[in-house]
Design a protein around this ligand. Structure first.
Ligand code: FES
Length: 115
């Protein structure tokens, strides 16, 4: 599939993120101090939109719904769903799962993702 255009660099300031639908795949583009990172846009816990979440601790993405946290750069789970209390009972069916990540590239002020 190759490189796909996502956004103008200037349209997404550091500390913000935005979801895109690229050929039927939901991709979340995140702008950290270190650059642009792309992950799957749906939380692997219960498939809620990660775009509604929050960037915390300079590089983690916390899902708004049950507070799972992921390392934006690697996609690794930092903390699995833990809110509201009792949600862990679902872990039997929804075990920890890392986020899929995609390489990004910035060229002439435009951000691309490698699919
Ligand atoms: S849907 Fe993201 S933590 Fe549950």
């Amino acid at each position: 599939m190759g490189l796909k255009f996502l956004s103008e660099e200037a349209a997404l300031p550091v500390g913000s993120m935005k979801a895109f639908d690229i050929d039927g795949e939901a991709i979340l583009l995140i702008h950290l101090e270190e650059g642009f990172f792309a992950t799957q846009a749906k939380c692997p816990h219960l498939f809620m939109p990660l775009e509604k979440g929050k960037l915390v601790d300079g590089g983690k993405l916390r899902c708004k719904f049950h507070r799972a946290e992921f390392d934006v750069k690697t996609g690794k789970v930092c903390q699995w769903a833990n809110f509201p209390p009792g949600i862990q009972a679902l872990n039997l069916f929804r075990a920890e799962k890392d986020l899929r990540t995609y390489p990004t590239k910035v060229e002439d002020g435009r951000v691309y993702v490698e699919m």
